[in-house]
Design a protein around this ligand. Structure first.
Ligand code: HEM
Length: 125
């Protein structure tokens, strides 16, 4: 939460930076996202942030698994989740500069791992 607040103060609206970096890095995701507009992208990023902040979303039967089933139906893959979260965390970390600390790094890696585990669990069924 603290690192996100810092990011908002220092970098403002990071959505264009996150999507720009992600879609440069992952051409298959870029193809799927081709027809989406900035409003849809903003709503998606908002849900991503809420999911990272709320541990219940990654429980079995929780929001992330349910949303992944929807996403799979339009072609999203677990790999795209990885490239997306990598781009997102990178932007938040860079906005923090020297204020990024071990506790924040640990919190981010634990929540990102939980989201990816929830995705992988759905892939396995
Ligand atoms: C934790 C990760 C993610 C969450 C929580 C999430 C959430 C959402 C939500 C809530 C929407 C609907 C937005 C709206 O129209 O109101 C959405 C749409 C969409 N998402 Fe994601 N998303 C995630 C990751 C991804 C990834 C990795 C892809 C891969 C390309 C993706 C592709 C899309 C696309 C193409 C749509 C538009 C679907 C349509 O045509 O309506 N999302 N996402």
């Amino acid at each position: 939460m603290r690192s996100l607040e810092r990011c908002a103060e220092r970098a403002g609206d990071i959505a264009p930076i996150v999507y720009g970096r992600w879609l440069d890095d992952d051409p298959a995701a870029a193809e799927l996202m081709r027809l989406t507009d900035e409003y849809m992208r903003g709503r998606m990023l908002e849900q991503v942030i809420e999911s990272l902040l709320d541990p219940a979303t990654t429980d079995p039967g929780g929001y992330i698994g349910w949303e992944y089933d929807n996403h799979r139906a339009y072609g999203a893959t677990a790999v795209m989740y990885r490239t997306f979260l990598k781009a997102f965390v990178g932007v938040v970390r860079e906005a923090s500069g020297n204020d990024w600390n071990g506790a924040e790094a640990a919190a981010w890696s634990s929540r990102v791992a939980a989201v990816l585990a929830a995705v992988d669990r759905r892939d396995a069924v």
